[in-house]
Write a protein of this length. Structure first.
Length: 234
């Protein structure tokens, strides 16, 4: 049975990480044809994030924890977790509750039909996702449209967290991202190789900065710069 490595970058997520890890551990991927490995990279948290993951790992041997001594960014945390991935496929899972693990069947289904990359689109499920603020909505739509124009793609959600990759393919991209530019970098590098991206609809409930959301408006400009820069780099 193929192994799915679920990579969870986490920073200051004590309010939700316990629930997320529990839900990921509980979701039945085995009936879908995938054993699972759960790798949490605590990106230098100073709250109880590490302790909560350690507690979960003592109860479930499928859960592994790796920790940065100081905060280095989401992209770095994903790359650190990727080094420990033993799976045939990797799924990126946020440490908050914006994304539903109940969408795993939708994400994994295309893999069994030969897909190498699957994105979960928040905009195929609902035109306007629950709780998403207008500036975030506009930024998401602009980034997706820009990726489509620059790379001749046809995707609706470039910045979605829910992305699944064949592990050897993801490693071969030699990612350099440190922050939230993981999404545009990986999308650009896949497109430049001509790797098809399969999209499936997923549910989404946005949180705001008061609830711990880390993305800022400046990250949209960084993402756009990465899309443009990658387009013209060899």
């Amino acid at each position: 049975m193929p192994l799915l490595s679920i990579l969870i970058p986490a920073y200051q997520e004590e309010a939700t990480i316990g629930q997320v890890v529990r839900r990921v551990a509980t979701i039945d991927t085995e009936s879908l044809g995938f054993d699972k490995q759960i790798i949490v990279c605590d990106d230098g948290s100073t709250d109880r994030t590490t302790a909560l993951v350690e507690q979960a790992s003592t109860r479930d041997s499928r859960i592994a924890l790796v920790r940065h001594t100081h905060n280095q960014g989401k992209g770095t945390a994903i790359r650190t977790a990727l080094r420990l991935a033993a799976g045939d496929y990797c799924l990126i899972q946020d440490a908050d509750l914006e994304y539903e693990v109940s969408d795993y069947p939708a994400l994994l289904g295309p893999l069994t039909r030969g897909a190498d990359v699957v994105y979960g689109s928040r905009f195929l499920h609902k035109r306007y996702p629950d709780g998403m603020h207008l500036p975030n909505y506009v930024a998401n739509r602009i980034l997706s449209a820009s990726a489509n124009v620059l790379y001749r793609l046809s995707i609706t959600d470039e910045a979605t967290c829910f992305k699944v990759f064949r592990t050897d393919l993801l490693r071969s991209l030699h990612l350099e991202c440190t922050g939230f530019e993981f999404c545009p970098e990986v999308t650009a590098k896949l497109a430049k190789r001509g790797i098809p991206i399969v999209e499936v609809p997923i549910a989404y409930t946005a949180r705001d900065t008061d609830a711990g959301k880390k993305v800022r408006w400046t990250d949209g400009f960084e993402a756009m710069w990465v899309l443009v820069k990658q387009r013209f780099e060899r």
